[in-house]
Design a protein around this ligand. Sequence first.
Ligand SMILES: Nc1ncnc2c1ncn2[C@@H]1O[C@H](COP(=O)(O)OP(=O)(O)OP(=O)(O)O)[C@@H](O)[C@H]1O
Ligand SMILES: [Mg+2]
Length: 428
Amino acid sequence: MNRELILKALIDWNFWYKDQFTGYLREDYVKEILSIINSWYITSVLGVKRAGKSTILNQVAKKMIESGIDPFDILIVNFEDGRLASVQNVEDLFRLYEIYLEIKRKKDSKPYIFLDEIQRINGWEGFARSLIDRKEAFVIVSGSTSDLISDNIRKKLAGRHVVIRVYPLSFKEYLNFKGLNLHNEVDIIARESEIKSYFNEYLTYGGFPGIVNSNVKEQLLSSLYEDIIVRDVITPCKIKEVDKLRLLSLYYISNVGNRVRLRNVSRQLQIPLRTVQRFTQCLIRANLIYFVNPLSPNLSVMTRAEKKVYVVDQGLANIIGYRLNSNLGSLLENLVFVELVRRYGEENVFYYRGKRGEVDFVIKEKDSVKEAYQVTYYLNEREYKGVEELLKWNIPVKFLTFDEEREINIKGKNINVLKVWKWLLNNK
Ligand SMILES: Nc1ncnc2c1ncn2[C@@H]1O[C@H](COP(=O)(O)OP(=O)(O)OP(=O)(O)O)[C@@H](O)[C@H]1O
Ligand SMILES: [Mg+2]
């Protein structure tokens, strides 16, 4: 290990001698991380590439410094930095930590260690666990593929581990990035036309923080997609049949909101089923593609039934997917999916498939079904059938549409029809 090279890299990433990029504050994430960090849990910050994880880590560090923590008590290490290539295993990690301890200024304080893109170091969890168990340092780790929280790692960190998932910007955050801070209903009414025009942009290009304020959104989205595919799918999964992987990924991205059965995908794309299964897992692990299971009102999850597919950002679906039948309805549905996942967690979002119809999203909460959402560009009666079935179970249902707002009556029950953009700005 080259000590000087390592120190140079560390000086570049840390707040020791200069400021770091912190961008627009993503308050909810920062608050959440700050609220766990001192409780001797290892915090894993996980999310698709370029969702803004490293920037959020910088924001957390900056907040800590503003509250009086010595900058030298915070160590940020980004393992993507080529100068750290010589750090390859746990022993190296301990050595890097020793180098840091030598330059740390206060000798009696407990340091905060931020390990970004740590999944590259095999066995890092042993290092993190030993610091936490000895109450020697606080540890936050971050990465973009779910290898960060593989079963094995979860086991080793059991009981001392919290996972925070980061997604591209919510619509509320998006508006903040545009300089629009809405505090109440009156603000929303006053700025309606601006909000709606931003909503169109958000629907079209999505919420990756790096593209929001750019004039070359399409190009940036394409290169971002390329980055995810090459660095977070092909490389970690050691995929050789790159063309097949690309074909499959494009297929999913072009089919958001549709039901898929891997057997049919295999036949349609002429890729062997086992390859489809393996590649699909890789796309899911990159936090790019999501599969949603159906849930029946009596809570039996039908894991073997067809799943619905979504992508982490509607901008990707729109720009990368084939646009033969560019369908605003599916983009809207995808956007609502990601918001529901933000609010309720991946493990609680399902869809409903009844005898006569479907409902796009059903939210599970503890031991019951909390509510359901039907998403449609324009309201139309074809969408009522599945809803009627859920109403029989007394499950509250909302319709989310592009721009309609009223109350309708289905089988004697009053149902709210809401504008998606307003719903996005209303917390729950
Ligand atoms: N809060 C923010 N304010 C302004 N710009 C941001 C913010 N967060 C992210 N960005 C922009 O998005 C880009 C990607 O952000 P960042 O590097 O934090 O993401 P990441 O999730 O760490 O990505 P990777 O997985 O590739 O490491 C940044 O270069 C920056 O341009
Ligand atoms: Mg990063």
